[in-house]
Design a protein around this ligand. Structure first.
Ligand code: SAH
Length: 340
């Protein structure tokens, strides 16, 4: 980009997944302003990005004048996804959690310096009224856009996290795809952006060692095992995939993310068969089934080694914040594609 340094406005910033993606893309970008309403997310954000102008604000309180003064040329954002998720009520634009996003669509025509937008959301957004309102606003402001449904699996990262992405730029059209198609792979014209970054198996993403009392914090309690053993998605260290970790991980058993068999020397099928026969949970205990730690989930999501939580962030909050965040590698690739 040379002289024209990217000035990013990071909206719905959470724990800064977008900020890390911009760093990873290494395109000389600076986050000039970052906004989120959630105080525990903001604490984590500020703990890691001490230099960034991060504000605890409702996005509905932002106006064009204030934004224009910062001269941002890039908006990165992950608006709240509950209005569109499969489990939600699908109230779509009627949902009060959409009002800040609708506010942004009103502000957009008055933003004089914005040339690029990258947006992340859940699968389901692509068929929502909100999506139609968004793309209509983009077009009327002179933006070209492309939409994607992508998972880190396509970069050989052993974790599923299928998400909706939209990239948009002003003035020039994209050299690939069309505005009526949703792409499910990265465009293949650039090998730099399609090359896998993943380590294939889970092992390299896992904690190298555990003190016993540390391990005890993450082991599935006997009670939980007895009740939910059928529905847990148990993974081995050598496995090449894991389920998407959501904000309810370790809180609800069903569909919130995989658990790990900590001891790889025991046979999973043998121990489960024995447990099914006599109902003695001691068989399962030998497997040391445990939750992935927040650090391990952060590793799978592409957060750098220097990312950390403030000590006072509870375990439950760490899982919740990571579950709301995004895969840094996927976003970083999209950012490069957008700037190509
Ligand atoms: N991309 C972020 C996570 C986004 S989740 C990350 O990497 O962590 C959506 C975020 O939107 C949440 O953190 C939530 O607190 C925030 N949010 C929702 N409504 C908001 C509003 N009206 N104003 C500011 N932030 C809001």
């Amino acid at each position: 980009m040379g002289e024209t340094k990217l000035r990013i406005l990071e909206l719905y910033s959470g724990i800064g997944g977008m900020h890390y993606a911009a760093e990873l893309a290494n395109v000389g970008a600076e986050v000039v302003f970052s906004v989120d309403i959630n105080t525990s997310a903001n604490e984590v954000y500020r703990h890691n990005f001490k230099q960034t102008n991060q504000q605890s604000r409702n996005i509905e309180s932002l106006n064009a004048n204030e934004i224009n003064k910062l001269k941002p040329n890039f908006i990165m954002m992950s608006p709240p996804c509950q209005p569109f998720t499969r489990v939600g009520l699908k109230l779509d634009v009627e949902d009060s959690r959409c009002s800040s996003f609708l506010h942004l669509l009103d502000v957009l025509p008055h933003l004089e310096t914005i040339s690029f937008i990258l947006m992340e959301n859940v699968v389901g957004f692509e068929t929502s009224e909100m999506r139609n309102a968004f793309t209509k606003a983009l077009k009327s402001c002179g933006f070209y856009f492309r939409e994607f449904l992508l998972s880190p699996v396509s970069l050989q990262i052993p974790n599923s996290r299928n998400r909706y992405y939209l990239i948009a730029k002003k003035f020039t059209n994209f050299a690939f795809g069309t505005e009526t198609d949703i792409m499910t792979t990265f465009p293949s014209n650039s090998c730099e952006v399609t090359m896998p970054v993943g380590q294939k198996t889970l092992e390299p993403y896992l904690e190298k060692s555990f003190a016993d009392e540390e391990l005890a914090r993450f082991l599935l309690p006997a009670k939980t095992l007895m009740k939910y053993w059928r529905i847990f998605d148990v993974r081995q260290r050598s496995d090449v995939s894991s389920c998407c970790f959501t904000k309810a991980y370790s809180h609800y058993a069903e569909g919130t993310g995989s658990v790990l068999q900590h001891v790889s020397s025991e046979s999973f099928h043998e121990k489960f068969a024995e447990f099914e026969k006599d109902g003695n949970v001691a068989h399962l205990k030998l497997l040391q089934l445990r939750y992935f730690t927040p650090r391990e989930i952060a590793n799978l999501m592409g957060f750098p080694a220097h990312f950390s939580f403030p000590e006072n962030t509870s375990l439950k909050t760490r899982y919740r914040l990571l579950g709301n965040s995004l895969n840094v590698h996927v976003v970083s690739r999209l950012l490069k594609i957008l700037l190509e």
